[in-house]
Structure formats: structure tokens, C-alpha cells
Design a protein around this ligand. Structure first.
Ligand code: DSN
Length: 478
């Protein structure tokens, strides 16, 4: 047992005892979450396991301090310690990614994207209302301010990857404020290859003339050429905004280099800290110095007060990601994704784009006669945690879907290698092959299903063997 694990065992045991004195059900849920995470094959592409030091740094009294504003320019007294953690986190983020400027306050990926949109607006849009509001807080916005803002912003255009090609809601889609504030035009993928078609993208950008081109995805299993994206953005006078929430760990770990590294090409980059980057839940923004002042206005323009305890944890995660071992980890994530994809395809599973070259794969489960929802549930019954996801031109829409998204960051943290992922592919295929939609008078159900007797138990047992060989937080005993 490592010293950290031994200390963590003692500390968490005592912490849970203390929590129990107030509300035992919460203490029990915390304990139970660890058992659940230990006992399942976590394949959700956007999840990971933060390190024990990172987790521990979150549970502190830094949470009790208000610190609206930025380092050295706060709206509250006594922020010297928050200034320290924010500066240290930003220093590590800049060094890790080679960025000119880092803003580590955003509470999530959506918040980070909002900061980026506001910064771009601030810098690029001639908005009399926005200029007038610079000195005000959001609370001061009157209905007529919002009316004017909507008018001024609605003339702005954003172009992001379409949802069914793997884009994200925050890239200009209607269930997110970005879809309400901007005119939107999406770029898709080539119907045959499933890959981004840069020529088609260029043609659309020339016609649409967006203010912002968004590059990034949450379910596209391939790398993006950011040099090409920047060339197109420059040609049409757009700002290139990269949302690297999913693949930040692959950038930090130097798997995505050259034209696949967004930092030298994007005007502004937003990300989460908790996906492939393996930090605490949260977001951050990187930008060229030209955007720094505008990004700095994130709080209070679109963010609540910064969370000192979370910025402390981000500082640790960025510091950890600067190590050589993180580069080894990131390379293993990509190599494991290849092994998982190949393992699935050789067993007859169809993957969107015919494979992967990042950390995720998108399975088309319609070839098994299943919806994504049925596949997701049957896999969960068998101890395999995934999420359903639309595939390009999905006939079942966003609720039932025809796809399941899987990724390798979490299990790679546990120590899984290519051979383990080949076994995982075997287990997934066994479940999908043995799951059948329930018949209804109107045809096959989209939600209900049966799994051949014994299969879920067999898969769960085999998954348990793989998991036992790669324990989560080895030595942590609660
Ligand atoms: N929830 C994230 C994901 O799963 O990809 C995106 O917001």
C-alpha cells in the first residue's frame, strides 16, 4: 500500500464518520459510489478517476471564501489564499498547454464555453449594449437591455459540428443558450467516411460567413486538423474557438501534436478538467493575450464566484498532467481505444467512421436490432457502464438513439492495457449479441429487451476478474 493510500484510508474513514453524524445517508452514498465505481467497467468516454491528492484538495475550507473578480482584483476582502491557488492553477495550465493566458474559474465545460462566447462577443461585436454593460453586473440587466442584446447578438453567426455528427449542444444548438443567442449553421461529416469534410466546411463557411467557427466534439471518434480549421476561419474572418473538453488529456499528454494540437491555431480554447485530463469536475479557458482581458470578465459576466477548493484541485491536476507519466497514460488511452475498436470490429460490431484515432468509439447497435437505449441498459445490467448516443442520420433521434459511445480514459487510469480492452470488446459483443428487443403489438419495443439467461451474470463475473486485476485506488480501504 502506498503512503498516500494508507493516509487516505484513515482520513476518509474519519471523514465519513464525521459526515455520518449529520446525515448518514450521505455518508453511505459516498461509500457506495466508491464500491459501484470499483465494481463496474466504466466506459463512459467523458469520465475518469481523479487522483487521491486531487480529490482531497477539494474537501477544504477554500470552499467557504467568496472571491468574485480575478487575482489581485477581487470584490471581497481577504482573498490572498484564493489568489494563490488561482495563480498556481493558471501557471500550471499555461505551462502544460503552452498557452499565452489561462483562466481557471469556470465551473464546468458549458460555463467555460459561455466565457469564451462572451469574450469573443466582447472583443469582436460592435454592441452598444454590451459596451454600456461593461461596468455593470448581470443583475443590472433590464428587460430592454436583454432585448437589445438579443437583437445585436442574433445577427451573429456561429458554425459548429452538427449534433448527430458528434458536436455538442453548446456549439450553437437550440437546447443551449448558444442556440438561442446566435444564428447557427452546422457542418456535418461525409456520409460515406463519417469524417469531417474540410472542403464542404470551407464552402459552407464562405456562404454563411460565421463570426465564430467551433471545432471540437463529444462523440466524434477521430482527430481534427486544427491548422485547416484555422485556415478556413481566417479566410472568412471568423474566430476559431476550440472546445477541447473531451481530448484535453490527449493534448496535455502530447498525443495530439502538430496540426492536431489546437493551442497554436485557435484564438480561444475552452475545456473541462475532468474527462481525459483526469482532474476535478470543472472547466477552464486558454486564449491568446488579445483575448485575456475579455476572458477575465467571465465572473461576474457569466459565472458565479470562483470556487477556491475546485481551483486548488485543478492546480493539482494540471501539475500532475505535466509529468512524464501522464504522457505515458495519454498514449495508452489512445492505444487502448485502438485495441477496443479493433476488438469490436473483428467481432462484427459496426463502428461509426470504421474505427477511432482518439479516446472514444461510437458503436452502431442497430445492426443488432437494438436501440442505443436498449444496448446501454443491457450493458449496465452486465456491469458495463456506457451511454447511448445518436449516430449520424440517426432514425431513432436523441432519446432512443442507434448508438452507444464508449471511451478508454477511465479504465486506462486503472491500468487496463490493450489485451484487457480486447476482452472488454468480447464482453460488449457477447451482451449485444444476446440482447433482443421485446415484441409489442406495434413491433419491437425501443426500450424493453431481454438478455439470454446467464449472459449478464457471466459478463459481470468476467468483468469483475478484469477489474480485480487493476484495482481502483489500490490500498484505499473504507
Ligand atoms: N456530458 C459530456 C459528455 O458526456 O460528453 C458533454 O457535456
Amino acid at each position: 500500500m502506498t503512503n498516500t493510500a494508507a493516509a487516505a484510508s484513515a482520513i476518509y474513514t474519519q471523514i465519513l464518520d464525521v459526515v455520518s453524524t449529520v446525515e448518514p445517508r450521505v455518508a453511505e452514498a459516498i461509500r457506495s459510489e466508491l464500491s459501484d465505481q470499483r465494481a463496474s467497467l466504466k466506459l463512459i468516454a467523458s469520465e475518469n478517476y481523479a487522483s487521491l491528492p486531487t480529490l482531497m484538495s477539494m474537501g477544504t475550507w477554500l470552499s467557504d471564501k467568496y472571491a468574485e473578480g480575478t487575482v489581485g482584483h477581487r470584490f471581497y476582502a481577504g482573498c490572498q489564499n484564493i489568489d494563490t491557488v488561482e495563480s498556481v492553477a493558471a501557471e500550471h495550465a499555461k505551462a502544460l498547454f503552452g498557452a499565452e493566458y489561462a483562466y481557471v474559474q469556470p465551473h464546468s465545460g458549458i460555463d467555460a464555453n459561455l466565457v469564451a462566447y462572451w469574450a469573443i462577443m466582447n472583443l469582436r461585436v460592435e454592441s452598444p449594449t454590451l459596451t454600456r454593460l461593461q461596468a455593470a453586473t448581470v443583475n443590472d440587466l433590464s428587460e430592454s437591455d436583454w432585448e437589445a442584446l438579443r437583437r445585436e447578438f442574433n445577427e451573429q453567426k456561429v458554425m459548429g459540428m452538427s449534433l448527430d455528427a458528434g458536436g455538442h449542444l453548446t456549439h450553437g444548438f437550440r437546447h443551449n443558450i448558444s442556440g438561442k443567442m446566435f444564428q447557427q449553421c452546422s457542418y456535418g461529416t461525409n456520409p460515406e467516411t463519417g469524417l469531417i469534410d474540410y472542403d464542404a466546411l470551407r464552402t459552407s463557411a464562405r456562404e454563411f460567413k460565421p463570426l465564430i467557427i467551433v471545432a471540437g466534439y463529444s462523440a466524434y471518434p477521430r482527430r481534427v486538423n486544427f491548422a485547416k480549421m484555422r485556415e478556413i476561419a481566417d479566410e472568412v474572418g471568423a474566430t476559431l474557438f476550440v472546445d477541447m473538453a473531451h481530448f484535453a488529456g490527449l493534448v496535455a499528454g502530447k498525443v495530439f501534436t502538430g496540426e492536431e494540437n489546437p493551442i497554436p491555431y485557435a484564438h480561444i480554447v475552452a475545456s473541462t478538467t475532468h474527462k481525459s485530463l483526469r482532474g476535478p469536475r470543472g472547466g477552464f479557458v486558454l486564449a491568446t493575450s488579445e483575448y485575456a482581458d475579455s476572458v477575465n470578465k467571465g465572473c461576474p459576466m457569466v459565472l458565479g464566484g470562483p470556487l477556491g477548493h475546485m481551483m486548488a484541485a485543478k492546480a493539482l491536476a494540471f501539475a500532475e498532467a505535466r509529468s512524464e507519466s501522464f504522457q505515458t497514460y495519454a498514449a495508452q488511452v489512445a492505444s487502448n481505444a485502438q485495441a477496443l475498436a479493433e476488438g469490436l470490429m473483428k467481432r462484427g460490431v459496426r463502428l461509426v467512421t470504421g474505427g477511432t484515432d482518439n479516446h472514444l468509439a461510437l458503436l452502431d447497435v442497430s445492426t443488432f436490432g437494438l436501440t442505443g437505449r436498449q444496448a446501454e441498459s443491457a450493458l449496465l445490467d452486465s456491469g458495463v457502464v456506457t451511454n447511448r448516443n445518436s449516430i449520424p442520420r440517426d432514425p431513432h433521434g436523441a432519446w432512443y438513439t442507434s448508438g452507444v459511445r464508449i471511451g478508454t480514459p477511465a479504465l486506462t487510469t486503472r491500468g487496463f492495457t490493450e489485451d484487457d480492452f480486447d476482452q472488454v470488446a468480447e464482453l460488449i459483443t457477447e451482451v449485444l449479441t444476446n440482447t433482443t428487443p421485446t415484441s409489442t403489438p406495434k413491433g419491437p419495443s425501443k426500450a424493453k429487451y431481454v438478455i439470454t439467461e446467464g449472459v449478464a451474470d457471466r459478463v459481470r463475473a468476467r468483468a469483475g476478474e478484469l477489474l480485480d486485476a487493476c484495482p481502483l485506488y489500490p490500498g484505499l480501504v473504507l
